[in-house]
Design a protein around this ligand. Structure first.
Ligand SMILES: C/C(=C\C(=O)O)CCOP(=O)(O)O
Ligand SMILES: [Mn+2]
Length: 427
């Protein structure tokens, strides 16, 4: 499905808020997206079109995958990245081509979001596609506008773009890239996953159940059809200060020296629709967190019987997990914690619960902690372990302390934990 097709469906189903009056890309559009929560379409953002909050809820994500929200993780865990990718000659993306001398990022509806953000705005939904030495990658990175043809890319180790760029830099070579905005949402989602190197488009094709078409840019990078494609290269050496930027925690991530992308050509559709992800908004949190849920699910499934996993919104869909297991033996929960921490190395706190707890309901999870935990026996603290660079409480060297909470029933006296039910009344 095309980006436009997806938006048309949202419109037909009455799920799209449309704002046709002129709005500014500087703060106003992000504020409106924050207030609207659901998908919001701007008909005139500094003279262009844009959409925000495209996949901003588990319901929306589930609808895209054809399953209810409770079954998203099982569906994702079942997918192997082996769908068909076909190379095609032409693309509607090439309807308009802007050559290097005319590239001007300030003409795009690239937004400024929060008052202390660095740079001249941030591209937040750009899929950075790169190829080098037989390896390719597609992943979303935040991209700060430095000037009319320069972006700074936050490349976090060990993400594949970081690894590929390092390889090219060590040989003193430029890394050709193409930044894709407004592709089939399944492809955008696939670009946030942690599939093996080179496999994002195959994963997208498997998820979609149909081949993904790629066309070749002038610099040789093969990209999916999209609203915009920004072609260029990652410089091997140049670094600029990137940030501050509000990431998933809603706090400002620091300034760091990061690599530079020079834009050498822009392709776009006639009347293109820009995609913006609101930093710290629900779409951002889900794109960061959901890809880790099947990883945790599979890892816990290796040590006990796992039922479901969620990275909770209160934990920024990244730092807190609730893992639901069908406990078989005492001690299963602690093994589940260790598997979860290993599968998602940025995870900080994990609560393990039984199958009678609704993991999507924070009150129910708190009930499990209140009635099934004895602090000295049912917690596990691991100190000096790699945490997330986004955790404001993390140590400067990137380490932190992790806490696991076993909120499962003690098997030896599980009847004490039975949740009372009202009898069914005879009618
Ligand atoms: C911007 C970040 C991640 C990404 O690009 O995937 C920061 C979070 O990375 P950590 O690995 O949690 O430090
Ligand atoms: Mn990758």
């Amino acid at each position: 499905m095309s980006f436009r097709g997806f938006i048309d469906d949202l419109r037909k189903n009455g799920r799209l808020t449309e704002i046709d009056r002129p709005v500014s890309k500087e703060y106003e559009a992000p504020i409106l997206a924050h207030e609207n929560k659901g998908p919001v379409f701007f008909g005139n953002i500094n003279g262009s079109k844009a959409i925000m909050n495209l996949l901003g809820s588990r319901e929306e994500l589930g609808a895209m995958l054809g399953v209810p929200k409770e079954e998203i993780i099982q569906r994702l865990a079942d997918i192997t990245p082996d769908g068909e990718v076909v190379i095609v000659k032409d693309s509607p993306t090439k309807e308009v081509v802007i050559e290097e001398k005319d590239v001007d990022l300030f003409k795009l509806p690239i937004m400024k979001h929060f008052e202390k953000d660095g740079g001249e705005g941030y591209i937040t939904a750009g899929i950075v596609v790169s190829e080098y030495d037989g390896e390719k990658n597609a992943s979303i990175h935040r991209l700060m506008v430095v000037d009319k043809n320069t972006l700074a890319a936050r490349l976090v180790p060990p993400r594949h773009t970081y690894v590929i760029h390092k390889k090219a830099s060590e040989k003193g070579e430029k890394l050709p890239v193409a930044i894709v905005l407004g592709a089939d949402p399944v492809i955008t989602y696939a670009s946030t996953t942690r599939v093996p190197l080179s496999k994002e488009f195959e994963y997208a094709a498997a998820l979609r159940g149909a081949p993904v078409e790629l066309f070749e840019c002038a610099n040789g990078i093969k990209v999916p059809h999209a609203e915009y494609v920004l072609e260029g290269y990652l410089d091997p050496d140049e670094r600029v200060p990137e940030g501050p930027f509000v990431d998933i925690t809603g706090t400002y991530d620091h300034i760091r020296p990061e690599p530079v992308i020079k834009i050498t050509r822009i392709y776009h559709r006639i009347d293109p629709i820009y995609h913006g992800i609101l930093p710290a908004g629900a779409e951002h949190l889900l794109m960061m967190g959901v890809p880790y849920e099947p990883k945790i699910y599979k890892a816990v499934g290796e040590v006990t019987t796992v039922s479901n996993v969620v990275l909770t919104e209160g934990g920024c869909c990244y730092l807190h997990a609730v893992v639901q297991i069908k406990k078989q033996t005492e001690g299963d929960a602690k093994n589940a914690m260790m598997a979860a921490f290993a599968a998602h190395t940025s995870l900080k706190h994990v609560v393990v619960v039984d199958e009678d707890i609704d993991i999507f309901n924070p009150d129910d999870v708190e009930f499990a902690i209140a009635t099934r935990v004895k602090g000295d026996m049912d917690t596990m603290i691991i100190t000096n372990v790699r945490g997330s660079s986004l955790d404001p409480r993390g140590a400067p060297d990137g380490t932190t302390s992790k806490v696991g909470v076993d909120a499962t029933k003690v098997l030896a006296h599980k009847e004490d934990f039975e949740r009372a039910k009202f009898p069914e009344l005879k009618k």
